[in-house]
Write a protein that binds this ligand. Structure first.
Ligand code: HAX
Length: 459
């Protein structure tokens, strides 16, 4: 135990002081006191202002439009969709460093932006990329752990389990256990854990894929590739379009403000000072719900079932009937609707445009396009649905399917690799801001009756 603690401490010391590839950490060290002061000032000036009122309906109805979270890296607007550090999806595509054909953004650059609020210079970008390569190696025990997981498990369960397995390497947990860290330093250890987790997660995810679907035949990393390109390579996809697809995919799914299940869960668990591995494992479990990230696997399932039942070249009328039948069966139309958005998700548009540029003559991609025109008017007729338009999950799976990834249970893992970027950037800042443990209040039916009702005797 003692020697393990020593080696952890040495590792931290090395990464803290002797790491030549540490420009992001240096920048964070400059920014943290500045932003801490800004937040103190914001609280001083506006701390007592009311953000919103909360009705009983909102408390029971999943807290829609209750603005009670502070999450600085991204913001969701019902009409225009997500902005990450104030940049929307087309702007991110334009300004971030790009992959090999100069079009799709690179997630390393996005992570710098999420952490600092600035686009990285070429040197800063290369530095993050190099750092993730250095930190990303999986040791033989980790590989063995993944290759021992039961193949019957869902790949999202495997990912969550592996994050928990890696938790033994948490530097934050080690120094906290030893009583060697005080609150102002928390963020630095969260940063180290977050960077290690991000460096490793594509390799973990690729190994899960190879284990579950490809007889455990491991493909070694190609260190000449970028983070997303290398992920495509380790999954076993060699075409440049797949690398491009994943660069864009992993960038646009990275963050979606703080209230969605995966981001909120990660933030909440981290607020109890659970380290980044514990926190993100919890977030991944939330992402695995069919109303959240698992919707991308559900979309593919639904489209294929529709095609099996109705054949190729389906008419608009038949799609309309199929939608209504699905709803009559008490199911949702996966990939449509959103808790916040009220228009087409710009991430859907990004993927639709990608498909238009790269994919010709794929009947399933054409079906997604056709559904985009046919489904919203049908959903509008069902008065209760707030948003009849597609969300990101309506398109993402079909791109992977087109490129040969037919194992649609795996699709949410790709989402999880991406969402780690946003969740980790936020987690580091939550500790840097010194945010407290999150602990909202809850109410009972009796409480509601006693506060608002005439009948005070509800038991
Ligand atoms: N198909 C059928 N019914 C739908 C629907 C859809 N696509 N979207 C909403 N509804 C229903 C709801 O189930 C709800 O019905 P009840 O009142 O009977 O419970 C009613 O319409 C009102 O719901 P809402 O206010 O419009 O939507 P919510 O905020 O409650 O839920 C969801 C938002 C995303 C969960 C919902 O639209 C849905 O289930 N969509 C399909 C699943 C999906 O695509 N999820 C991915 C969302 C994006 C994401 O998080 N990705 O990770």
């Amino acid at each position: 135990m003692h020697s393990k603690q020593q080696s952890v401490a040495q590792l931290f010391y090395r990464s803290l002081y002797n790491n030549t590839h540490g420009l992001l950490k240096q920048r964070m060290r400059e920014l943290v006191p500045v932003k801490q002061a800004l937040l103190r000032d914001v609280r001083k000036r506006y701390g007592s202002k009311e953000v919103c009122k909360v009705t009983v309906d909102q408390a029971i109805g999943g807290m829609r439009n209750v603005f009670a979270l502070f999450y600085d890296a991204s913001l969701l607007d019902a009409k225009t969709g997500i902005t990450m550090r104030d940049y929307n999806i087309p702007e991110l595509q334009e300004y971030l460093q790009k992959g090999e054909n100069g079009h799709e953004p690179l997630p390393e650059a996005l992570f710098w932006l999420l952490c600092t609020g600035d686009f990285p210079s070429e040197q800063e970008f290369a530095d993050v990329q190099q750092e993730w390569k250095q930190r990303g190696q999986l040791d033989s025990q980790t590989q063995h752990f993944i290759l021992s997981l039961p193949k019957t498990a869902h790949p999202m369960t495997m990912l969550s389990q592996t994050l928990l397995y890696l938790q033994k390497d948490s530097l934050f947990q080690q120094v906290y256990d030893q009583g060697k860290v005080s609150k102002p330093q928390y963020w630095e250890y969260f940063y180290e854990d977050a960077m290690n987790l991000l460096a490793k997660i594509p390799r973990v995810a690729a190994l899960i894929y190879r284990h579950k679907y490809k007889n455990g035949e491991i493909i070694s990393a190609d260190e000449s590739l970028d983070w997303a390109g290398n992920y495509a390579h380790m999954l076993g996809y060699k075409k440049f379009e797949v690398r491009e697809c994943l660069r864009g995919y992993l960038s646009i799914h990275a963050d979606h403000e703080g209230g969605n299940v995966s981001a909120h869960t990660t933030h909440l668990v981290g607020s109890a000072l659970a380290d980044p591995y514990l926190s993100y494992s919890a977030g991944v479990n939330g992402l695995a719900g069919p109303l959240h990230g698992l919707a991308n696997q559900e979309v593919l399932k639904w489209l294929l079932e529709m095609r099996d039942e109705l054949g190729e070249n389906i008419s608009n009328e038949k799609i309309q009937d199929y939608v209504l039948t699905t709803i009559r069966e008490g199911k949702v139309i996966p990939g449509y609707g959103h808790a916040v958005l009220r228009y087409t998700d710009p991430r859907f548009i990004h993927q639709k445009d990608f498909a238009a540029r790269h994919i010709k003559d794929d009947p399933l991609v054409d079906l997604v396009r056709q559904c985009y025109h046919v489904i919203p008017p049908v959903l509008k007729t069902i008065g209760k649905i707030q948003n009849p338009w597609p969300n990101v999950d309506a398109h993402s799976g079909v791109l992977l399917y087109h490129y040969g990834m037919r194992e649609f249970q795996y699709y949410t893992v790709v989402f999880a690799v991406s969402r780690a970027l946003g969740c980790m950037a936020n987690l580091i800042w939550s500790r840097a801001f010194g945010l407290p443990i999150e602990r909202p209040g809850s109410i009972t039916m009796r409480w509601i009756e006693e506060k608002f009702g005439e009948n005070q005797n509800l038991k």
